[in-house]
Design a protein around this ligand. Structure first.
Ligand SMILES: NC(=O)c1ccc[n+]([C@@H]2O[C@H](COP(=O)([O-])OP(=O)(O)OC[C@H]3O[C@@H](n4cnc5c(N)ncnc54)[C@H](O)[C@@H]3O)[C@@H](O)[C@H]2O)c1
Length: 686
């Protein structure tokens, strides 16, 4: 404990009289171990220089508000209830949620080297590192509201949960498991060494209570949260993950339309947490990208980071600039400060041909700030959202109709449009846009997974493998990059033609990864690899740790992968046997990972496309150079990829049938049911 003495004049008329104020400030480790303090921490003023979550919908009736307050107060000693009740009531009224701002810790939150964490278990220290990375000011979207990305992707719902969880993690031993219920640490339970140290669920609801307003209500009550994908599973690595995924998507989209990216246009919307990766990825893929963004703060952030090259707020100037870029085949990313519908319409009128079009507004969250209607200012829209939510909803739906209609005019002229996993097609269809095929179920435009990521990556097991260097040193990251590259090049030398392109894209990515300068927060890296690649890279890391060349490594992935996620409009949108509305794969995946060696596992309702629209799961695994790590990585990574390939194979996906047969040849203990093909002519008379 450090004692800080501050001396301040008490009274200006008696200059010699000083008040001596003694403040006890705890060290980082002391504060973590303390959990919820025994004394009331001083009030933390609302800091407007931070990016704060929008005011949430006031959805609770009087009785429910009382319940929300009672729920919040149960974290604290009775003696503080009177004072906290007043404060929390004000938070609920002002922000629509109780964040418990007073309990924000004094320590700076960021991914520290693993040895800095007070812990009995190294695995727990690794999890603390990952939690802190997700809440780092430089990483999180709304750090004071514990939101990592996507507008509502929470690590916790309030600061008491953060404090309590960190305390539990500082106490847990390797014979215990911490159980997390939607941000709330239920407690430590006896388990065993091989069990996950933490099991996370987020937003798991009885299916009938999984509509968007149910999230508003039960989140406001403090009993559930939206964990997105990597927010509530402690696996966010800043913007790098999404830049990589978006680059792969844009590259493959141009391959799909058989055009070189150079001199060709990619038009889209959003410069937020994930969508902000689009211009950067556009530059890496070497096209002309245009991203519209209504929130000036978001545009400014991406521009000042150098992620988008130029900003225009006049469509006329934008059009002139784009014509020059087309003529000169420039590699350039351009932001339009305003509504994306204005760009689509103006480009149509000006005869600018859009080669590839998409959208990454937050339509998984359409009524609470994810999508801004055209024809009104950003401020007016925010006001209407709070004061007249029904009218706001109408305006959003009107805009979606106009949005879909102008896209149709472009696609009629040959633009290739794909849904970017943000529920654009789903919400536009719900608004009444004519974008459904005759069967009234499928959309006239593909999702990026149907056309690109599914058949080109997931069916072969390629997905977002990532790692974090727990030492926190860039040197370790550079060494792991070199190891991964060497492993991939070795595999590529003998890999079949079906996966050569993916291998090549990822070797190129890892070679350029350091110069792309994408590390924000923890020392992390991502690349796409299949089961063989993931296992061989992980195993090479484990050997390097054992030899003392690098420190411990934390493996993981995001949920946007072959096996972890059942999401009919995204990850599993290229499943055509009717099973895309089931979630058996994601549930099996998390169960299977948990008994094959994962250090922590998570299963969520609602990542990416919206509450009730997806079940997605993830894992984290700490490698410490031991034989146990070697055994676990082999067993778990093999399952974590081949589970999804087996399911995609059963759905008759050609790439997956190829990949699972290949996996069975390599692993005699794998026996998967292969579908028989059915002759379509049998149904001619149907
Ligand atoms: N395809 C993928 O791999 C992938 C990955 C992550 C997220 N997503 C999805 O993409 C969406 C965006 O994620 P995010 O983290 O960037 O969210 P975000 O909320 O941080 O960013 C969305 C941005 O869109 C802007 N916007 C809203 N309406 C607009 C309009 N009409 N015109 C112009 N700009 C508008 C908002 O101001 C906001 O900044 C989410 O739905 C998310 O689930 C997709």
């Amino acid at each position: 404990m450090r004692v800080i003495v501050s001396i301040a004049p008490m009274d200006t008329t008696h200059q010699n009289v000083f008040k001596i104020k003694i403040m006890n400030t705890k060290t980082f480790q002391e504060e973590i171990k303390e959990g919820i303090p025994n004394e009331l921490p001083s009030l933390k003023p609302f800091d407007p220089t931070y990016n704060h979550a929008p005011k949430r919908k006031a959805i609770l009736n009087n009785e429910e508000q009382k319940l929300a307050l009672k729920n919040a107060l149960r974290y604290f000693d009775k003696k503080f209830h009177t004072i906290l009740l007043k404060e929390f009531k004000k938070e609920l009224e002002t922000y629509g949620r109780i964040y418990m701002y007073r309990y924000r810790p004094n320590h700076k939150i960021y991914a520290r080297p693993i040895d800095d964490y007070p812990a009995k278990s190294k695995e727990a220290a690794a999890i603390m590192l990952m939690i802190q990375n997700n809440l780092d000011d430089a990483v999180a979207q709304h750090p004071h509201e514990l939101i990592t990305y996507g507008g509502n992707g929470g690590v916790f719902s309030n600061w008491a949960q953060y404090r309590l969880t960190m305390k539990y993690l500082s106490e847990i031993n390797d014979e215990q498991t911490l159980v997390m219920y939607s941000g709330h640490p239920m407690g430590l339970f006896p388990s065993h060494k091989e069990a996950p140290r933490v099991v996370v669920t987020n937003g798991m609801m009885i299916p009938n209570y999984s509509k968007p307003d149910d999230w508003e209500k039960f989140n406001a009550l403090g009993v559930t949260q939206y964990g997105q994908m990597t927010a509530g599973s402690y696996m966010y690595i800043g913007p790098q993950g999404i830049v990589h995924g978006t680059t792969i998507t844009v590259l493959n989209a141009f391959r799909k339309i058989k055009k070189s990216p150079e001199g060709h246009i990619f038009l889209t919307a959003g410069l937020g947490g994930m969508s902000g990766a689009q211009p950067k990825a556009g530059n890496i893929a070497k096209c002309i990208s245009i991203c519209a963004e209504v929130n000036p703060k978001a545009t400014q952030t991406r521009h000042s980071q150098g992620w988008v090259d130029e900003v225009y707020s006049s469509v006329e100037e934008l059009i002139e600039r784009v014509k020059i870029a087309q003529q000169d085949k420039e590699i350039v990313s351009i932001a339009y400060q305003g509504n994306v519908i204005d760009v689509w319409e103006a480009f149509f009128d000006a005869g600018i041909f859009v080669d590839i079009g998409s959208d990454q507004t937050s339509l998984h969250n359409p009524w609470a700030g994810g999508y801004y209607p055209v024809g009104m200012s950003f401020e007016d829209a925010n006001k209407m959202m709070n004061e007249r939510p029904d009218l706001f909803k109408e305006k959003v739906q009107e805009s979606l109709l106009r949005h879909a209609s102008i896209i149709k005019k472009h696609t009629d002229k040959g633009t290739y449009f794909f849904d970017y996993g943000n529920a654009f097609l789903l919400e536009a269809s719900r608004a009444g846009a004519e974008i459904l095929k005759e069967n009234q179920e499928d959309f006239i435009y593909p999702s990026y997974v149907q056309d690109i990521m599914g058949p080109m990556c997931f069916d072969y097991g390629f997905g977002p493998f990532r790692w974090v260097c727990a030492s926190g040193t860039p040197e370790d990251l550079a060494k792991t990059d070199a190891i991964a590259c060497e492993v991939l090049e070795k595999i590529q030398a003998t890999s079949p033609p079906e996966i050569q392109q993916q291998m090549q894209d990822n070797i190129q990515w890892i070679k350029g990864a350091q110069s792309n300068n994408l590390v924000v927060g923890s020392q992390a890296r991502i690349l796409y690899a299949d089961a063989e690649g993931r296992i061989k890279i992980a195993s090479a890391f484990n050997s390097a740790i054992a030899e003392g060349k690098i420190g411990p490594i934390i493996l993981g992935r995001d949920h946007h992968d072959v096996s972890g996620t059942d999401s009919p409009y995204r990850e599993t949108s290229n499943i055509y046997d009717g099973s895309k509305y089931t979630a058996d794969m994601a549930i099996h995946n998390v169960i299977g990972d948990s008994f094959r060696g994962a250090t922590w596992v998570s299963i969520h309702n609602g990542g990416g496309v919206g509450w009730g629209e997806v079940i997605n799961g993830g894992f984290g695994m700490v490698l410490d150079g031991s034989k146990a790590s070697e055994r676990k990585l082999k067993s778990m990574l093999f399952w974590d990829v081949n589970n999804g390939i087996a399911r995609r194979n059963w759905a008759r996906n050609k790439g997956a049938i190829f990949a699972i047969k290949r996996a069975m040849e390599e692993e005699p203990n794998l026996k998967v049911t292969i579908p028989n093909s059915v002759d379509d002519s049998l149904f001619n008379s149907f």
